[in-house]
Design a protein around this ligand. Structure first.
Ligand code: ADE
Length: 233
């Protein structure tokens, strides 16, 4: 069982995602556990403040270190009420576009952990002391700016969960996508009908499945799959 903890000021964003499809099934089968923590629980004052203006000036607000530190004190594996072994392998990930680019390879490594804690930033950023002193790893899901770390957290949850034995219906699905070098293999696929006839404005077209896939010749089919795949080390 791998346990995910997401710290966010928008816990509801996760609700429908966690309640649907293979993720919901993996939770029901106790293969994964997802806890979403509302950071405001650790916020200050009547408004449960979790952000403030940046020192040195600048636009927008910055998330404060204190509520995040307090949240982590509660949900780290050393807390026995969490039901995790004392020696549980756990990592704290902070999402930021400046972080290490997330890949399938990183997903494999993370899938061996017992617990992954996600800090989902919002506003214009997170006090740098979180990256320096609290997080084990800063992760980016790509070179673009999002509004927060909630989507990145769901992307990591999904990519990592499908690597946990039993989460995908057929374990062969996993094997087929792993190349010899341990990379990631994705190839073009077709299903019925063999020919799909369409009428475009000026002409009729037939979109056909490549003949080789209908040939039953597995050597040739494998060669075709390789030629139409992408391998990422
Ligand atoms: N927060 C904002 N943009 C992000 C990105 N591209 N990856 C991870 N976290 C982010």
């Amino acid at each position: 069982m791998i346990r995910f903890d997401a710290i966010t000021i928008f816990p509801d964003i996760f609700k429908s995602y966690i309640g649907e499809s293979l993720i919901a099934r993996a939770i029901a089968k106790k293969l994964i556990k997802i806890n979403v923590h509302d950071l405001r629980k650790w916020g200050k004052g009547p408004h449960k403040q979790v952000d403030d203006r940046p020192f040195g000036g600048g636009l927008g607000m910055v998330m404060q270190v204190e509520p995040i530190f307090k949240a982590l004190k509660k949900i780290r594996p050393i807390n026995p009420s969490m039901g995790l072994r004392k020696k549980a392998k756990s990592k704290i990930i902070l999402f930021t576009p400046r972080g290490k680019k997330f890949t399938q390879k990183i997903a494999y490594k993370l899938s061996k952990l017992d617990q992954i804690i996600f800090i989902c930033g919002r506003y214009e950023g997170v006090d740098e002391r979180v990256a320096k002193n609290i997080a084990d790893m800063e992760v980016s899901i790509g070179d673009y700016d999002l509004m927060g770390g909630e989507l990145p957290a769901m992307i990591l949850i999904e990519t990592i969960s499908r690597l946990i034995p039993g989460v995908l219906g057929k374990p062969q699905l996993l094997k087929e996508r792993v190349s010899k070098s341990g990379g990631f293999l994705e190839y073009a696929q077709y299903t019925r009908p063999e020919v799909y006839k369409v009428r475009k404005v000026h002409k009729a077209e037939s979109w056909r499945v490549p003949k080789v896939l209908l040939s039953g010749d597995h050597k040739k089919i494998d060669k075709w799959k390789k030629a139409h795949s992408k391998v990422i080390e």
